[in-house]
Ligand binder design. Sequence first.
Ligand SMILES: C[S@@+](CC[C@H](N)C(=O)[O-])C[C@H]1O[C@@H](n2cnc3c(N)ncnc32)[C@H](O)[C@@H]1O
Ligand code: SF4
Ligand code: SF4
Length: 342
Amino acid sequence: MIEYTTKALSRAGFSGLKNLIHNYYECKAKPLVCKSWPATVMSEPSGNCNLRCRMCVRSAINYRKQGDIDFDKWVKVMDNEFSFWHFHGFIGIGEPLYHKNFVDMIEYLDNRNIWKFLVTNSTLLTDNTIDGLITYNLNRIFLSVDAATKKTLEKIRGGLHYESTMSKIQNLVEQVKKRNSKLEIILQSVCLKENALELPELINLAYKLGIKEVRFQDIELKFDVGWSTKEHSLRGNRNYFQKYIDESIKRAKKFGIDLKLYNMNDYTDIRKNCFAPWNQVYIRWNGLITPCCTTLIDKTYFYGNIFEEHFKDMWNNKKAQKFRALARSNKQPEQCKNCSCL
Ligand SMILES: C[S@@+](CC[C@H](N)C(=O)[O-])C[C@H]1O[C@@H](n2cnc3c(N)ncnc32)[C@H](O)[C@@H]1O
Ligand code: SF4
Ligand code: SF4
């Protein structure tokens, strides 16, 4: 991080650093109107996906209406609207690697010394893509692998081919090692009733693949579609899950794997620790702006469109202020209550 702070300083100067510090304090104070700019920008390169996962929020959208972000427009937006210091995430309601210019986006951000991460289903990690990710210094990659066996993983992630995906992950790990890359590789799994039994085996799989960090997170339920329901979720079946979680923790210790557990709290918990409305902004493939990848499905939470309006005019508009007011209150939006980001 020190390396990136130094690089960022050379890019955005002391005003960039000042903004970052200011933003940090505004996350604590949670004002309705922010005087600082968000530290993190997230982009959704594509609303399309090559898989059909049973728990995915995609079940709630109209597939035919999705598309890919216009690369030239994206560059223009990054150049003109987000020149302050920032981290950049690629995630979304589709598969980021589905975008034909994905590596160009990483190259663009690398040229500007920006810290960047990617969440991917791992199925499109070709030799060329892996080469690009390493060459242009992607910092962190989350590989979404929700089961240890072929049968369960292919059942959860419709369209995925187990052997081919595992060999791509293996190739990534080998190339990272061979090229002495600092890319952090994290195996990420959503916890479902259907994969609970295999959670401890996922630790073995990570060990076998040479991956040192694993994250488990609960599913989000807000859409009540597919397997994104209480019936399938960890929080709806805590007793059933506990022994598998405990065993996973034990194995992680044994293999020296860093296992992180996300959002294993009850639904009623208020997400007071979320700073997203103050320190980040999410750009959908079609330019719509919203606080995070969890609010993207509800039109109520769109601040506007970055391809049509300036970000500076949206960051504190009425919709942004309304969301901040809700997020810091005891009447948080349903999205926040069911969010699995924390
Ligand atoms: C929506 S996907 C987009 C990126 C990419 N397509 C992938 O699968 O990694 C982002 C992350 O959300 C996870 N996810 C899918 N459905 C979810 C749900 N209902 N609740 C929480 N996370 C979910 C995925 O496993 C993935 O790690
Ligand atoms: S979880 Fe990712 S890979 Fe699966 S359908 Fe959703 S966007 Fe596609
Ligand atoms: S949905 Fe989650 S990440 Fe988004 S603002 Fe709410 S608590 Fe934060």
